[in-house]
Design a protein around this ligand. Structure first.
Ligand SMILES: NC(=O)c1ccc[n+]([C@@H]2O[C@H](COP(=O)([O-])OP(=O)(O)OC[C@H]3O[C@@H](n4cnc5c(N)ncnc54)[C@H](OP(=O)(O)O)[C@@H]3O)[C@@H](O)[C@H]2O)c1
Length: 324
């Protein structure tokens, strides 16, 4: 008989109230995977999409949560893991070995898991898709978000100048300035991108919401500038994918690129290389994930609601050892 564990279970698609703590069987461990005794799980925007049924094909009942940190049972190693099939909001997760990365002893669990998926997204958008070079100017939309607040710090660490952070409230903008942004703007000020970069325009824009901000940011790119899109807010006013024509790209000598973590996760050398780079920066004091809140399993629904209401700044974590 399988051992039992506490987990947050989704039995029907819906609002945050659809998430319930239950006792369920520990997951089976497929070939090429290991069981991980989880300490903390991360909350990601994708979890909200899965919860409300926006991603077709998710079989129910389901345990959501795509990233965890904990101890691998097989060898006792502390690892962070990305879980493509979910299962993170639980005391035990089955993690594909190729998607696990060892955590250095001097990095705590909260930092490790908060840096992994969102840090790699920020890194990939800046470096892989954005081809950022030291001395270039960078603008980051949603700069107080889970990805955005790491992108600001990474841009600074990579030598970008100036780094412009865009966020919706004064409180968020104060945090973005503390993170090292040279200039902070409200979303309705994105049209000033050219002015705040000395009239040249931004060399790189890293964007996670699309819509109005991305449109305005495109107009604020310098010649040979790039806009990297890594996310969108489906159905939200002023957000969503942006249609771009090649004519406007030629007009401005600008480019648009996309970034999706899947292509990092599928490349073991890339995944471990980026994780190690992030962990090294964190250990050197150049990158710190801001932990917005840590909730018990019973608090995941409320955390989803806060996330959707734009109330979180930085990373939201679930302590799966606490039921609530
Ligand atoms: N491409 C990839 O591989 C990848 C990986 C991870 C995440 N993502 C995507 O990246 C995006 C950001 O993820 P995240 O983890 O950084 O999320 P987050 O912590 O919730 O931050 C997102 C930010 O979006 C802004 N926003 C603008 N309009 C919004 C709206 N209507 N509702 C909610 N937020 C709104 C908010 O900033 P302001 O209030 O300042 O506007 C919020 O801080 C998501 O779309 C996610 O799916 C993509």
């Amino acid at each position: 008989m399988s051992a039992r564990m506490a987990a947050v279970v989704l039995r029907r698609f819906g609002g945050p109230g659809a998430l319930r703590v239950e006792q369920v069987d520990e997951p089976r461990c497929p070939r090429g995977a290991s069981l991980v005794d989880v300490s903390l799980a991360g909350v990601n925007f994708d979890d909200l999409e899965h919860r409300r049924g926006a991603e077709p094909g998710l079989p129910l009942p389901a345990v959501l949560g795509v990233e965890v940190v904990g101890r691998r049972r097989r060898d006792g190693r502390r690892v962070v893991a990305l879980l493509r099939r979910g299962g993170g909001y639980a005391r035990v997760a089955a993690a594909v070995d190729a998607h696990c990365v060892p955590v250095p002893d001097d990095l705590d669990d909260a930092q490790a898991v908060a840096l992994f998926e969102q840090g790699a997204t920020a890194y990939g958008a800046l470096r892989l898709a954005g081809r950022l070079r030291a001395g270039e100017s960078v603008a980051v939309t949603s700069a107080a978000g889970g990805v955005g607040h790491l992108a600001v710090q990474l841009a600074v660490a990579m030598g970008a100048k100036p780094v412009v952070g865009i966020a919706s409230t004064a409180a968020k903008r104060a945090v973005v300035a503390e993170l090292g942004a040279d200039v902070v703007l409200a979303p309705e000020q994105v049209g000033e991108l050219r002015a705040v970069t000395g009239g040249r325009g931004a060399d790189l824009v890293v964007d996670g919401t699309g819509g109005d901000q991305a449109r305005a940011a495109l107009r604020g790119l310098a010649p040979f500038g790039r806009l990297v899109s890594y996310g969108w807010r489906g159905g939200a006013a002023g957000c969503g994918w942006v249609d771009v024509g090649t004519e406007e790209l030629v007009d401005g000598s600008v480019g648009v690129a996309g970034f999706w973590m899947r292509h990092v996760v599928d490349d073991r050398a890339l995944l471990t290389g980026i994780a190690d780079a992030l962990f090294d920066l964190a250990r050197a004091g150049a990158l710190t994930a801001r932990i917005d809140r840590v909730v018990p399993l019973a608090g995941v629904g409320a955390a989803h609601a806060a996330f959707a209401a734009r109330q979180t700044v930085g990373k939201v974590l679930v302590d799966v050892r606490e039921v609530g």
